[in-house]
Design a protein around this ligand. Structure first.
Ligand code: ZN
Length: 320
């Protein structure tokens, strides 16, 4: 009995991105016990074996008896959290055929239940867990794509077709750039990290954003114009979320959010500019609801672990 009473219950979260896997082990109270980060290999089987090695390493590093009662994965692409499959994760080389990621990893780690969640939703849940806002939360992910995650009444919103929060595909400009979704002039083509990178290419999205903000700050008029146009799109995305769900906090996330406080400040200013002349919009004070993700913790991995810990009607259970 002494062994049983000293066994620690642990959940592991894995944020599997295009370049790195961020991992975290959480205790029963949600406290961070250990973290790990490794480069993402190419190919499904290598991703699974690396993820399995990360899990084994985290559990082994904790010392003492550990009960691993769940693993959550956050991953880009089209995720079916009910059957644990993912497809169209372009950065990971996953095509249109569903891959049973939950099943593969569960088998590799001896049958521990695994749940899979879209990375934006996992990050959204992590932000909700860490920020503990007084009301609903929206997270605006400004990465290669533009999408929002929504927590309404304490639950991640999915919708009938898993499209809740896909505001990046609001088609706004019939003469705009062609979007990956097949439409033209989508909000994503104006305000995603990839839109900024397209108009100010200096390395990846994060580096391009850093460079653009610095150039605009230094007085480069072309940079100023590119940044102002991009910020107007981001502010429109924030306004869309504000007017759809009226959340108490709107979190800026994704590859360009690494810019940090200058991004927060600039989007706030753009929101105030757009609200000028409208007592209605000004009264909503959306600029005061903006927040950045905590940078000292792996939010997406924490969200993935917390997703695994929740009572999930579609949670994968080996032998089901
Ligand atoms: Zn689109």
């Amino acid at each position: 009995m002494a062994v049983l009473t000293s066994t620690r219950t642990v959940r592991i979260g894995l944020d599997i991105g295009g370049t790195k896997i961020d991992a975290v082990a959480l205790g029963a109270g949600g406290e961070v016990l250990a973290t790990d980060r490794r480069p993402t290999p190419t190919g499904v089987l290598d991703v699974v074996s690396t993820a399995s090695a990360v899990v084994t390493g985290l559990v082994g590093g904790l010392g003492g008896p550990v009960h691993l009662d769940g693993i959550g994965i956050g991953i880009p692409g089209l995720v079916d959290p009910v059957d644990g499959t993912v497809r169209n994760a372009v950065n990971l080389g996953l095509g249109p055929d569903p891959v049973d990621l939950a099943d593969l990893l569960s088998t590799a780690v001896g049958g521990v239940p695994v749940v899979v969640e879209n990375d934006v939703k996992a990050t959204t849940w992590g932000a909700y867990t860490l920020l503990a806002p007084p009301g609903d939360l929206a997270l605006l992910s400004l990465g290669t794509g533009l999408a929002a995650g929504l927590v309404v009444n304490g639950e991640l919103l999915r919708g009938a077709g898993s499209a809740a929060g896909e505001i990046g595909h609001l088609a706004l400009d019939p003469r705009g750039h062609v979007c990956n979704c097949g439409q033209r002039g989508c909000l994503e083509t104006l305000a995603a990290g990839s839109a900024l990178q397209r108009d100010w290419p200096h390395g990846d999205e994060g580096r391009s954003a850093d460079h653009l903000f610095a150039a605009a700050d230094a007085g480069d008029p072309r940079a100023g114009a590119v940044l102002e146009r991009w910020l107007a799109g981001v502010a429109l995305a924030v306004r869309t979320l504000g007017l759809t769900c009226d959340p108490s906090v709107i979190v800026l996330a994704g590859g360009v959010a690494g810019v940090g406080e200058p991004l927060h400040r600039s989007v706030s200013q753009a929101l105030r500019r757009q609200a000028r002349g409208s007592a209605f919009l000004t009264g909503l004070a959306l600029d005061e609801r903006l927040a950045l993700l905590p940078t000292d913790r792996p939010v997406a991995a924490i969200g993935a672990a917390a997703t695994a810990a929740r009572t999930h009607p579609g949670a994968f259970t080996p032998g089901r």
